[in-house]
Design a protein around this ligand. Structure first.
Ligand SMILES: *[C@@H]1O[C@H](CO)[C@@H](O)[C@H](O)[C@H]1NC(C)=O
Ligand SMILES: *[C@@H]1O[C@H](CO)[C@@H](O)[C@H](O)[C@H]1NC(C)=O
Ligand SMILES: *[C@@H]1O[C@H](CO)[C@@H](O)[C@H](O)[C@H]1NC(C)=O
Ligand SMILES: *[C@@H]1O[C@H](CO)[C@@H](O)[C@H](O)[C@H]1NC(C)=O
Ligand SMILES: *[C@@H]1O[C@H](CO)[C@@H](O)[C@H](O)[C@H]1NC(C)=O
Ligand SMILES: [Fe+2]
Length: 436
């Protein structure tokens, strides 16, 4: 709902002037995400007093500001101090496609600087460009300056952060979460920042994650899906398989939801229109790191006693690409199902592959450093690197996806920001792998 109450609201905020405190009312930690469709943009931010949830915005070329109200919810950190903050959500609905907007969060004098984002083009037929990574902390966020530069150059339409934020958002009574979200603002206030939960978000039943991020669709943002260009993206929580103290019901609910979501995306009509199905979640189904037990635990892949395993769903519905993080490294697999390689052909493994391709990209940079690999890679492992970095993704059309890995600091002698790996995923037919 659009309200044109600008003058009135200015009046209210002045009238409250007596106990006005700029520090507590100032909007901060501003970030964007897609709403129910890609021309609905959700603006989320925090204040430390209860303030009006309002965003003003205008089309770049126009002079009229529109004013939109949303709502806020108090979020209380689970630590000893029970620190409160108000998390505000405003949805800018039915925006023009492929259009730059200016926006301002809050009301004078407690308002943000002018910010700006661009909506994606309409329909399916455009090149979707994404930065993808996981495991970025407030400290040692090695990739951040590179990402900022890329975002300034408008290299991406959105970002996927595949779990593990801040290290950890709940630390120091939630202040680490605040610091992280402030650090993210230059990225996340300029383009949709889409997420999934990681193990570092587990404190207080993932409440920092659920409260701070706004994701479309599902009743909780632990799992959801969204369409962008020729892609249906599915975000899942691998963590429901590990933090079972928060309820085994979450495993069952997610599994049932995922099956339905995949069936819908893979229906004849939808797949013809939007053929790529890409799933992302935090903990990999396959990795060959040496640091701990993580690469040998297979709960998400095979489930518990053969129940609720997710890999067979990837096969059944012909999921094209699966993206993980958690390991602080980069790893690309050959087309892979149940530990077997299913190359398209020996010469062109990624042209019409006969199984999903897996990527692990968790080396954005955090206080835990990077992870090493076991000496002898598994036959399914195609490329591995322990360099800090992130992934660039471009879905060119319904048949071609290009992926490259950027290293931001690696072997002595090599330049920073190098592309250390790249490949094309080519698919003329998007269908269940069974029988291919
Ligand atoms: C604003 O927040 C501060 C810090 O939490 C608190 O001390 C103060 O009472 C709040 N003021 C109002 C008007 O809510
Ligand atoms: C980040 O590094 C600083 C300086 O070493 C340290 O004081 C702080 O505790 C670290 N923060 C986190 C969340 O690790
Ligand atoms: C944890 O949070 C989820 C929603 O995010 C909820 O469904 C679940 O019941 C919660 N578990 C507990 C033990 O509170
Ligand atoms: C898959 O293709 C790659 C690249 O040609 C090759 O190295 C690998 O051995 C192939 N694997 C199988 C099982 O054919
Ligand atoms: C899809 O994109 C690739 C890479 O840009 C291009 O070679 C190919 O011709 C395109 N296919 C169609 C049908 O446009
Ligand atoms: Fe992790």
């Amino acid at each position: 709902m659009r309200l044109y109450l600008l003058v009135f609201l200015f009046g209210v905020s002045w009238a409250r002037g007596v106990d006005w405190s700029p520090n507590y009312e100032q909007p901060e930690q501003i970030h964007l995400s897609f709403g129910e469709k890609t021309n609905d943009i959700v603006v989320t931010w925090s204040t430390f007093n209860d303030t009006t949830s309002v965003v003003r915005y205008k089309n770049y070329g126009e002079s009229e500001w529109q004013l939109v109200m949303g709502s806020s919810k108090v979020f209380i950190d689970g630590g000893q101090m029970k620190r409160p903050q108000w998390i505000h959500r405003v949805t800018l609905k039915d925006l023009a496609y492929d259009t730059r907007y200016n926006y301002i969060v809050g009301l004078s004098p407690a308002q943000s600087a002018p910010l700006s984002f661009k909506t994606p083009p309409a329909g399916e037929d455009w090149v979707v460009r994404i930065a993808i990574y996981g495991d970025m902390g407030v400290n040692n966020s090695m990739s951040l300056p590179f990402l900022l530069k890329d975002v300034e150059q408008e290299k991406y339409d959105l970002i996927l952060h595949v779990g593990d934020f801040a290290y950890d958002m709940n630390e120091q009574e939630g202040r680490v979460g605040d610091e992280f979200m402030r650090m993210l603002q230059p990225l996340a206030a300029s383009l949709p920042y889409m997420t999934c939960p990681g193990n570092h978000e587990s404190a207080y039943n993932f409440s920092h994650y659920s409260n701070r991020f706004s994701m479309p669709g599902a009743e909780s943002n632990l799992y959801y899906s969204f369409d962008v260009g020729p892609i249906h993206f599915i975000s899942i929580s691998t963590e429901v398989y590990y933090f079972t103290e928060y309820g085994l019901k979450l495993v069952v609910n997610q599994y049932e939801w995922l099956k339905q979501d995949l069936a819908k995306a893979a229906s004849k009509v939808n797949r013809a229109k939007r053929p790529w199905i890409i799933l992302f979640g935090h903990r990999p189904m396959y990795c060959s790191n040496s640091d701990d037990m993580d690469c040998s635990l297979e709960y998400t892949r095979t489930g518990y006693l053969g129940l609720f395993g997710l890999e067979s769903l990837l096969q059944e519905f012909g999921v094209d690409l699966v993206i993980w993080a958690h390991e602080h490294s980069y790893e690309r697999t050959w087309p892979l199902y149940d530990n077997q390689v299913y190359n398209g052909s020996y010469q062109h493994p990624y042209t019409n592959p006969r199984a999903p391709v897996h990527l692990v990209t968790g080396s954005a940079g955090c206080r835990e450093g990077t992870d090493r690999f076991i000496k002898h890679p598994k036959p399914w492992s195609a490329f591995r690197s322990s360099d800090y970095g992130y992934t660039r993704f471009a879905a060119h059309n319904t048949t071609h996806i290009y992926i490259e890995q950027v290293a931001v600091e690696h072997a002595p002698g090599a330049a920073e920001g190098d592309v250390i790996d790249s490949f094309w995923l080519v698919k003329e037919l998007h269908a269940p792998y069974i029988g291919i």
